[in-house]
Design a binder for this molecule. Structure first.
Ligand SMILES: [Zn+2]
Length: 270
């Protein structure tokens, strides 16, 4: 009996520490910007399954958001809104993986949702994971199929997606000289705008790596805002439009974790 009670107590402490049920939710007037990469089944033994949200879980998340009255916005729309709307959510997808077309677009259509896609312009045969860490040289992300321009066009035409910049080559800006940074920001914007006949207003820092100088460069190149990989929910998105936090939707976490992170902005277990 004592053993059972101890086990129960430990279970309760573990659950509380993980999901922090006692913490009040961050005000629903603060928009949630969610960060995704891929929506697809996991690859057995792969390093980056944390970036792969399973399709069934993704649909559950979007249908729950819709049912609970969350309003979906493109990131640019949210920044242009005069006052931040109540229960606003922005789904963002980094890089340009092909499963965004196969597994995300149909779900967005089904639930009347929308998303902002941060597209790497030179995304084919580009092993960008080694740019951050040389030992990430398995080619795992390089082998993942990427969106073709034709698919991106269809996604934009559907009204479910807007696209934003994510640099030309998914560069690590901490390793670049000024002129290379300018090229990454300027050319990617120009090429995407010409190719897809859209304005590129938003930006995501590759790897979430950026300095004060990079923030100024992004601003100077005509992007209206930029998202980071810092986890959280901003108090005032207008005040920090070039340092926007996001809620990471992790591929290895369950649905309760998703709801917790949407409530608190942080990983359940810190
Ligand atoms: Zn990226």
């Amino acid at each position: 009996m004592a053993y059972l009670l101890t086990a129960l107590a430990i279970g309760c402490i573990w659950f509380s520490a993980k999901y922090k049920w006692w913490k009040p939710a961050i005000s629903l007037a603060k928009p949630r910007i969610l960060m995704y990469h891929m929506v697809r089944e996991h690859v057995p033994g792969a390093r980056f399954n944390g970036l792969r949200v399973k399709p069934a879980l993704f649909e559950r998340q979007v249908s729950w958001l819709a049912r609970k009255g969350w309003q979906f916005y493109f990131l640019s729309e949210l920044l242009e809104a005069e006052t931040a709307p109540e229960k606003a959510v922005v789904l963002t997808f980094d890089d340009g993986f092909e499963d965004n077309y196969r597994n995300v677009l149909p779900v967005l259509k089904k639930y009347g949702a929308k998303a902002t896609l941060f597209l790497v312009e030179e995304r084919f045969d580009n092993d960008w994971s080694v740019k951050k860490k040389a030992h990430h040289s398995s080619g795992e992300l390089m082998r993942e199929p990427k969106l073709t321009d034709e698919q991106v066009r269809e996604m934009i035409d559907s009204g479910c997606f807007e696209i934003g910049g994510h640099s030309l080559t998914h560069a690590d800006f901490s390793k670049l000289e000024l002129d290379a940074k300018q090229r990454e920001l300027c050319q990617s914007k120009q090429v995407l705008e010409e190719k897809f006949a859209v304005d590129i207003k938003t930006y995501a820092y590759p790897f979430g790596i950026y300095s004060d100088e990079d923030r100024e460069l992004v601003k100077d190149h005509g992007y209206a805002c930029a998202v980071t990989t810092i986890e959280g929910i901003d108090d005032d998105i207008q005040q920090c439009r070039y340092d926007l936090k996001r809620v990471k939707v992790a591929g290895k976490k369950n649905f309760l974790h998703f709801k917790t992170s949407l409530r608190l902005g942080l990983k359940g277990l810190l």
